[in-house]
Design a protein. Sequence first.
Length: 295
Amino acid sequence: MADEIRVGIIGLDTSHAIEFPRRMQAPDLDPGLRVAGLRAATCLRFATPFQSEEQLDGRQAELEKWGVRVTRRLEDALEGVDALMLEINDPAFHLGYFERCAGLRKPIFLDKPLADTLAAGRRIVEIARKHGTRWWSSSSLRYVPAVREACAAVPTPAAAAVYGPLGKAPAGSSIVWYGVHAFEIIEAALGRGARSVLTRRDALGAAVIVEYPDRRRGIVELTEDSWIYGGCLRSLEKAHHFVADLTHAYTEQLLVVREFFCGGPPPVAAEDALEIMAMLDAAQRSLASGKPEAV
């Protein structure tokens, strides 16, 4: 690849479609937030329930100030780019656009969550394997220093209790759409192997218990109208509490994206992305059934 990797942004309905290019090339950016070596070259704009046309107009104007060519044609968005970032707020669109892009064999970062359902997530993995496409997916919360420090301090926790927002999705599952951030922390801390999930709705939002077969326990508190992330990891001997500072979250994640685009291995394995998707899917099913649901 060239010294400066040209990136195509697919989607404009999420703030991430602005925040990642901002850190690549906005002239007035704080130098401490900049990630060199990447340039957002194009952006594909299309409608979803998550943004109005007026809001999309504002975002387009912002990107165009930074030299990003915004288009409504996928072919134009893919022209002349080295790598792709799928920045689509509505997870129901992830499978369709991933399928349309995977055959190009360009490296893809698929922003959280993996998909809207576990079945769609599995299909994405199948498509990537079929085409030999290099890709990965995650939330930025995995790369927040406080989360990394907690995982290093308690590398084999027996229990992880985390909290985060329960945003209200304009379409689809709010748990899948915004709960992904807190579930990403749970999976980063506890790893794979979740067996079942029980979700309880209450006046604050939702509380979720994740059961593992080997005495591990995960608890996720999703709270409406609160935008704080944190938690506690515990072994049987020690505990480590943390609160996430999101000041550098996008920069930290974009540094990992750059390393991957430069040829590094996927920083999050497909199996980990599927584990998170499986927990989210089970949490949504449990919310509907009122019973524990298998992962």
